[in-house]
Design a protein around this ligand. Structure first.
Ligand code: NOJ
Ligand code: CA
Length: 697
C-alpha cells in the first residue's frame, strides 16, 4: 500500500477532535470518521449523496470490563491508496481490480494501556473497516462484545435470516428493517442443531434503500475470530455486531498483534453491482499457495442424490446398539441398500467418465454410518477404513483407467477434534489412492458440547483443514462450515462451501436461488448441487413424495447464475438417460470464466448473467426466475461485434411451470451476432441456458 500522507496529529490528541474523511476513488462513496465527545469512535457513510450509514459507534468490551468503545484519543492518522490487478486461480473473471483509498486512525487509551487502530478502505462499490491491535503490553485480550454499529440511513427492504450460531440452512425472508420480528420462526432447519438468536440476523444481509440503491452488510477475512451476526434495534434501524460465543462463554481471545475480520458495507446503484463486486475477495490476503497448478475446476457426479432422497443408504448394515470399537463388519448382515458398493460405483464411474465429468463423489464408503447422526460422539469416523463392499484400490484404479477420479467424502459429525486427530492420515490415504478433492461435512452439534459451528475454535478448524489439505494438494468443499468470507483468494484450494440451504431441500420456494447470489455467494462459491432433471422424487426414491419446484431449464440456468469452480451434476444416470439432449448443456458448460456480465436481476425475482469461457471464444448466458413467469429480451451486445455464433438455446417449454409442468423444455439452435436479441420466456421457477459457439467465418 502506498502511504500518501502521514500526520503525527499531536494537536488532535490534545483535545481537538478532528473529523476525518475518506472517499472512494470515484468520489461517490464518502466515509467520515470522528472521535466524538467522550472519545467514542464513530463513522458514517454516504453513497451518491444518500446517507446509507448514519453516525455509528465502534469498538469492543473486554472480559475484564475494559471498554474499548470510548475514552480514546487519536495518536496518528495515515492515508493511503491501492490500485492493483490480480489474477485469481479460478473465477468469474480472469483478473480482478483492487482499487481503494484508505484511512488508518491509531487510537489509544493510555489509562488501560490499550492501543487500537481502525483501518478504513473505501472502494467504488463499498466500504470496510477493521480493528488492528498492535503488539502491546497486554499480550492477550479477551473480548466479550463487539460494538460495531450499522445505523441505517433509511427503513430499507431487507432479505434476511434469523441469527443462529450453527446454521444458515434456511430460506430468506423479505421485509422492511423495522418489520424484522424479534423472534423469527424456526420452521425450516433440516440439518444441524440450531441456536436462534433473538433480535438478530445473519450476514450477508441484502438491503435496498427506498430510493432504489442496493446495499449489503457482510464480513471479509473471518480468520481466528468468531462469525459476526447483526443484532438489531428495529425502531432505530440500527444493527450492532453480535459475535458467536466460545465454549468458555467469551466471544474471542486474541493475541496481539491482531487484525479483526473486515466489516463491510457494499453499495451499488443497481442490483447487479452487488452481484459483480469483488470487495470481499479484495479484502483477503493474496494467494498463499505458491504452486497452484494442482488446483483445477472440477465437474462431478455423485451417488449421493439417490441417498439423500431416501432411495439408498450410506450405511452398510442396519445394526442397532452399535459400538464401532467392537463391531465386526465382516460378520455383519448387509442391509442391501448400501449404495457405495463396488458394482454401483463402477456403474456410476462408467456414466460419469462417458459424459464429461472429472470426478465421482462417493459418500458412505467408510465405516461408522450406522451410528453417527445426532449421537454427539467424539469418535465415530476414522476417515480411512472402507466398508467391506467398497474396494478402495480397485475402484480408484478403475476410475483412473477411465480418465476420471473419485472424490473423497469426510463427514465429521461435528467432532472437529476427532477430525483433526485423523486428518493427516485421512489426507495421506487420499494421496495414496489418487484422490485430489474432498467434500467434508459438519452435521450435528460441534463437540465438545456447548461449542458452535460459528465460534472462534470452529472457525480456526475450518481454515486449518483447508491449509492442511493444501499441504497435500487437496481441494476442499466443506458443508455446514462457517459461511465463506473470501478465504478462497488466499487458499484457492477451498473450491466451495455449502453454508446455505442447498438443492438437498428442494421443496424450497422458487425464490431461493434468486437470492443466494446476493447473499451467500458474495463470500465464495456454493456447492448447491444443480442439475436435477426428475422433479418427482418418487421416481428416484420410491416413497419420497417431494416434488421439486424447478423446471429443467432452471436447473441448467443455475450453472451460470450460481458461480462455482466445483459443480455437481446432481441427478442419477437413470434420470439423465431420459434427457440426454438437455444433459448436453451440463457436459458443455465451463466452470472458469474470463469475463462475467450480470445483465439484470432483482433479489427474490430473477437473475440473468452472461459469461465468457476462459478456455475458448464461446459465451454462455443463463437465467433463473422466481414466482412470476416473465418475458426476457436478451440483447446479445456482450458478444464480440462482427462475429457469428451458433446459439444453442435451452429454454422453458411453452407450458413449463416449476409446480405444474416442470419437465417441459425446448432446445433450439440459431445463428446470431452481437446485434441480435433473443426473446425468451422464463416460467415460474424456470430459467434458461444458452451456449454461444463462435463460428469461424
Ligand atoms: C449433509 C450434507 O449437506 C450432505 O450433502 C451430505 O450428504 C450429508 N450431510 C452426509 O454427510
Ligand atoms: Ca447440509
Amino acid at each position: 500500500m502506498k502511504i500518501a500522507l502521514i500526520l503525527p496529529a499531536l494537536a488532535i490528541s490534545f483535545g481537538l477532535q478532528a473529523a476525518e474523511q475518506v472517499t472512494s476513488p470515484d468520489g461517490r462513496l464518502v466515509v467520515d470518521f470522528d472521535l466524538g465527545r467522550g472519545g467514542i469512535p464513530t463513522y458514517s457513510a454516504t453513497f451518491a449523496g444518500e446517507q446509507i450509514i448514519k453516525p455509528s459507534h465502534m469498538g469492543f468490551v473486554l472480559a475484564d470490563s475494559t471498554k474499548l468503545d470510548r475514552n480514546f484519543s487519536i495518536v496518528n492518522i495515515a492515508r493511503g491508496s491501492e490500485d492493483e490487478t490480480w489474477t485469481p486461480v479460478w473465477g468469474e473473471n480472469a483478473t480482478i481490480r483492487n482499487h481503494y483509498n484508505s484511512l488508518t486512525v491509531d487510537l489509544a487509551q493510555p489509562r488501560h494501556g490499550i492501543k487500537m487502530n481502525i483501518e478504513f478502505r473505501v472502494f467504488d462499490d463499498g466500504m470496510a473497516f477493521r480493528y488492528v491491535f498492535p503488539k502491546q503490553t497486554r499480550e492477550y485480550l479477551v473480548i466479550d462484545a463487539e460494538k460495531s454499529q450499522f445505523a441505517m440511513g433509511s427503513d430499507d427492504t431487507a432479505w434476511w435470516q434469523p441469527g443462529d450460531y450453527d446454521t444458515q440452512e434456511r430460506e430468506y425472508i423479505k421485509s422492511k428493517i423495522s418489520e424484522i420480528p424479534a423472534h423469527a420462526n424456526d420452521d425450516f432447519m433440516p440439518n444441524a442443531s440450531t441456536t436462534i438468536l433473538p433480535s438478530s440476523v445473519q450476514t450477508a444481509l441484502m438491503l435496498k434503500t427506498p430510493s432504489g440503491k442496493y446495499l449489503n452488510i457482510h464480513e471479509a477475512a473471518l480468520i481466528d475470530f468468531p462469525a459476526m451476526h447483526l443484532s438489531f434495534d428495529a425502531p432505530a434501524l440500527t444493527f450492532t455486531s453480535a459475535l458467536t460465543p466460545g465454549i468458555d462463554g467469551h466471544m474471542a481471545t486474541i493475541k496481539t498483534p491482531f487484525s479483526t475480520p473486515w466489516r463491510v458495507v457494499m453499495a451499488g446503484d443497481k442490483s447487479t453491482d452487488i452481484l459483480a463486486t469483488n470487495i470481499i475477495y479484495n479484502l483477503n490476503d493474496p494467494c498463499a499457495i505458491e504452486d497452484t497448478s494442482w488446483i483445477h475446476p472440477t465437474k462431478f457426479m455423485g451417488i449421493w442424490w439417490k441417498m439423500i432422497t431416501g432411495g439408498a443408504s450410506w450405511s452398510y448394515t442396519d445394526a442397532e446398539n452399535f459400538d464401532l470399537a467392537t463391531f465386526d463388519y465382516s460378520k455383519a448382515k448387509p442391509n442391501g441398500r448400501h449404495l457405495a458398493n463396488n458394482e454401483e460405483v463402477r456403474r456410476y464411474i462408467d456414466f460419469a467418465a462417458d459424459n464429461g465429468m472429472d470426478q465421482l463423489l462417493v459418500e458412505g464408503w467408510n465405516i461408522g454410518w450406522e451410528d453417527w447422526f445426532g449421537k454427539e460422539k467424539d469418535y465415530v469416523f476414522d476417515f480411512t477404513t472402507p466398508y467391506p463392499d467398497f474396494d478402495i484400490k480397485a475402484l480408484n484404479d478403475y476410475a483412473h483407467s477411465k480418465g476420471i477420479k473419485l472424490m473423497m467424502h469426510h463427514e465429521t459429525s461435528g467432532a472437529i477434534g476427532n477430525y483433526e486427530r485423523h486428518m493427516d492420515a485421512a489426507y495421506e490415504l487420499m494421496n495414496q489412492y489418487g484422490y485430489d478433492a474432498v467434500k467434508s461435512g459438519y452435521v450435528g452439534n460441534i463437540l465438545p458440547k456447548g461449542s458452535y459451528h460459528y465460534d472462534q475454535r470452529a472457525v480456526r478448524h475450518y481454515l486449518d483443514a483447508v491449509k492442511r489439505a493444501a499441504d497435500h494438494h487437496i481441494m476442499v468443499d466443506a458443508h455446514e462450515a462457517v459461511r465463506p468470507t473470501g478465504w478462497a483468494r488466499t487458499y484457492p484450494n477451498l473450491m466451495a462451501n455449502e453454508a446455505a440451504l442447498g438443492q438437498e431441500y428442494q421443496t424450497m420456494s422458487v425464490r431461493h436461488c434468486t437470492i443466494l447470489p446476493f447473499t451467500r455467494l458474495l463470500g465464495g462459491p456454493m456447492d448447491f448441487t444443480p442439475g436435477i432433471f426428475e422433479m418427482d422424487l418418487s421416481k428416484t426414491a420410491p416413497g419420497n413424495t417431494t416434488k421439486k419446484q424447478a423446471t429443467i431449464a432452471n436447473q441448467l440456468g443455475l450453472y451460470l447464475t450460481m458461480y462455482s469452480p466445483l459443480q455437481m451434476a446432481a441427478d442419477t444416470p437413470e434420470n439423465y438417460f431420459k434427457r440426454m439432449d438437455a444433459f448436453q448443456f451440463i457436459k458443455d458448460v465451463p466452470l472458469d470464466w474470463s469475463k462475467s456480465k450480470y445483465i439484470d436481476a432483482e433479489p427474490g425475482e430473477f437473475i440473468i448473467v452472461a459469461r465468457k469461457d476462459k478456455n475458448s471464444e464461446n459465451w454462455y448466458a443463463g437465467g433463473v426466475n422466481a414466482d412470476v413467469a416473465r418475458p426476457v429480451d436478451l440483447a446479445l451486445d456482450f458478444l464480440e461485434p462482427g462475429v457469428k455464433y451458433e446459439a444453442v438455446i435451452y429454454a422453458d417449454g411453452k407450458k413449463a411451470d416449476a409446480i405444474d409442468n416442470p419437465h417441459d423444455y425446448k432446445i433450439t439452435r440459431r445463428k446470431v451476432t452481437a446485434k441480435d436479441t433473443i426473446k425468451l420466456r422464463m416460467a415460474r421457477g424456470g430459467g434458461f441456458a444458452i451456449q454461444f459457439v463462435k463460428l469461424s467465418i
